[in-house]
Design a protein around this ligand. Structure first.
Ligand code: ADP
Ligand code: ADP
Ligand code: MG
Length: 627
């Protein structure tokens, strides 16, 4: 077959790998910013389909089908996100005489709505959460919330990726939350329909992987735990889900397979459940009719290749194994490495990846390599780091080691957050609920000084032996340099802070094992799982503060990354207080509120709604009130 991949980034590479192993050809289609991306060069052939804007590229059915015709592709794999759960796309692919590598379009259509999904679950005897999926009249929805009892969740019926979901704690907050969820749903899915559900108090997200074929066979591949979430989005996933009573585990798996069977499900899919950690009761959430981001953890514990199973099923082959043949071995954990800064409320980050060191003995699924540009156009997920262990404690140990050995320079990621997370008691105990990150303060203070000391030492070693370009891992016996440089080393941290390390002050900073990599005058070091990137300043470099530092002093709001202004909430002369939202911007499909840092009077508004702005561009200035 010649398989066109209607997707980008890590999942496109993942699909290409299996397709080539099976002897198929692949076609990459790409938008302009992805021209140099690894998935484009790895496919058998590649075709540009349009500009950065999704509507003209990865979301354009017309352009993708046209690309398929021009390259004589015979099949399309949609990956996840984008058009993967779009039933009319699935139909168009089949109507064009191509093979759709996914479930039949009816399954995609019916599970595309959480309303219909709930009906199907009930019909298959799967418990659903007490809720309301009837009239869209706000009065009826509010009455339903009263009846169900607060707190409730309002959720977009067409939802996905955590968009269009709001928790409502009392009747007074209902109307506002409903409005927000509706407008977010409208923006994301072009559909405002809402359902209301009882909010499960100690919720765990547990899901079951299913696979079917076109001959009526369906099997399940066990559970995954995805309870570590932020804003209803998954951050860490594992297989199998730990600490489930046997009755719950079996119930979930049987229910998922039964639901898939009633729909004649014929590809890979995931049935998501909420499990009440107190009672072990479980309830159907939704079914995702596609390959899931976190599918590798299931692959590691089953030894199966889910992309291969999807391709074979699409070609009409029967499943090659029965339920009894499925055996689970060991434990796997995945963390999503996102270009977002935990210290800045997880704001998405952009830039160029100047260093990349992947630790040994992990499965690394990424869309980027050294030199890749992380643009604001797409999802912030850069890579997935997946580890395996003979049991859960072994997997956790491997994950700690892996995060200590990972280095991503040039773009801030959440790797340090994950390193912190793997030492938290509820995670270690396997007792995380989706509330965990709401109830816990994530430490955000970085030890820049310590990192700078390490970086200075790496730089000096590097300067002495330029032939050794690393990566250097685990230098436990590193000792004080005998050739002390006379001058201190001046380093500028990626946050803008400039630190000078006295030549005499270091020595032994690398005593604990540290991964570092020097590229030109850029030094990246991993301290506590965080990748710090420093620029080594030379004597001729001006000692001007960075734009960030300057603007912070001037009392202004700057855009932290390239973005689109979606809201300006102030005018010249307005008085603002610390925390007041001044401007709202959009990047990477997310809205970000930029608050005032202190009290002041607005002196200039330099942007308007709809403006495209650059990193560090000043949006609004203030005169600060010091009293
Ligand atoms: P998974 O359970 O596989 O992690 P997610 O719900 O996190 O699935 O979504 C996977 C990816 O697809 C994410 O990048 C998410 O933003 C995107 N996504 C999922 N559903 C939609 C949708 N309906 N519209 C747009 N993007 C979506
Ligand atoms: P999406 O289509 O955006 O993935 P889901 O229905 O799967 O929407 O919900 C996303 C997440 O929201 C779940 O993983 C879970 O953490 C949380 N959630 C959804 N419904 C409930 C509920 N009724 N009670 C508690 N948490 C819920
Ligand atoms: Mg979901």
């Amino acid at each position: 077959m010649r398989i066109l991949i209607a997707n980008r980034g890590e999942i496109a590479r993942r699909i290409i790998r299996t397709a080539h192993r099976l002897g198929h050809e692949t076609v990459a289609v790409f938008a302009a910013p992805d021209r140099d991306a690894p998935f484009v060069s790895e496919a058998s052939m590649a075709l540009a389909i349009g500009p950065a804007e999704l509507a003209g590229s990865y979301l354009s059915m017309e352009r993708i089908l046209d690309a398929a015709a021009r390259t004589s592709a015979t099949a399309i794999h949609p990956g996840y996100g984008f058009l993967s759960e779009n039933a009319s796309f699935a139909r168009s692919v089949v109507d064009a005489g191509l093979i759709w590598i996914g479930p039949h379009a009816d399954a995609v259509q019916r599970m595309g709505s959480k309303i219909e999904g709930r009906r199907l679950a009930v019909a298959a005897g799967v418990p659903i959460i007490a809720g309301f999926d009837g009239s869209q009249d706000p009065v009826d929805l509010a009455a339903a919330a009263e009846r169900i009892g607060f707190p409730v969740l309002v959720k977009a019926a067409a939802g996905g990726g955590g968009k269009g979901i709001r928790i409502v704690r009392d009747a007074g907050a209902f109307a506002a939350a409903l409005g927000e969820a509706m407008s977010e749903a409208d923006r994301s899915f072009g559909d405002r329909a809402m359902i209301v559900e009882r909010y499960i108090q100690r919720p765990r997200h547990v899901e079951v992987q299913v696979v079917g074929d076109r001959h009526g066979n369906v099997i399940h591949l066990g559970t995954r735990e995805c309870s570590v979430q932020r804003r209803y989005q998954k951050l860490l996933e594992e297989a199998p889900a730990p600490n489930l009573p046997d009755a719950t585990r079996n119930g979930l798996c049987v229910a998922a397979a039964e639901l898939a069977r009633t729909m004649h499900y014929d590809s890979a899919g995931t049935v998501e459940f909420i499990v009440d950690d107190k009672t072990g009761d479980y309830f159907f959430l939704e079914m995702n009719t596609r390959l899931q981001v976190e599918h590798p953890v299931t692959e590691l514990v089953t030894g199966l290749d889910l992309v291969e199973m999807m391709i074979r099923s699409a070609m009409g082959e029967p499943l090659q194994l029965s339920q009894e043949d499925v055996t689970l071995r060991g434990h796997a954990i995945e963390v999503r490495i996102n270009a977002e800064d935990p210290a800045a409320d997880f704001m998405p980050q952009t830039g160029t990846i100047t260093q990349l060191v992947v630790p040994p003995d992990v499965r690394w699924e990424s869309g980027v390599i050294e030199g890749s540009v992380v643009s604001p156009h797409y999802d912030a997920m850069l890579a997935k780091l997946i580890v395996f262990g003979v049991d859960r404690p072994a997997a956790l140990t491997n994950l700690r080691r892996a995060l200590d050995g990972l280095l991503v320079g040039g773009v801030v990621t959440n790797s340090g957050f994950h390193r912190w997370l793997v030492d938290q008691d509820p995670l270690v105990a396997g007792r995380i609920t989706t509330r965990f990150l709401d109830e816990t303060v994530v430490p955000t203070a970085l030890d820049v000084a310590a990192a700078a000391t390490v970086a200075a030492e790496c730089w000096r070693v590097h300067a002495r032996s330029v032939t050794d370009t690393g990566p250097w891992t685990a230098l436990p016996d590193f000792s004080t340099t005998p050739h002390r440089l006379r001058r201190p080393t001046h380093l500028r941290h990626h946050s803008g802070e400039v630190i000078s390390i006295d030549a005499a002050a270091t020595g032994g900073a690398l005593r604990s094992s540290v991964v570092s990599l020097v590229r030109g005058r850029s030094v990246a070091v991993n301290v506590d799982g965080y990748s710090h990137t420093f620029r080594v300043l030379d004597r001729t470099e001006a000692w001007t503060p960075t734009a960030d530092a300057r603007d912070a002093r001037a009392g202004s709001i700057v855009s932290p990354f390239p973005s689109l202004v979606t809201e300006v909430r102030v005018a010249v002369g307005d008085e603002v207080h610390a925390g007041d939202v001044v401007v709202v911007i959009e990047a990477m499909k997310m809205l970000h509120s930029l608050p005032a840092a202190g009290r002041g009077t607005v002196t200039a508004v330099r942007v308007a709604v709809g403006d495209q702005v650059q990193t560090n561009q000043v949006l609004v200035t203030f005169e600060e009130h010091t009293a």
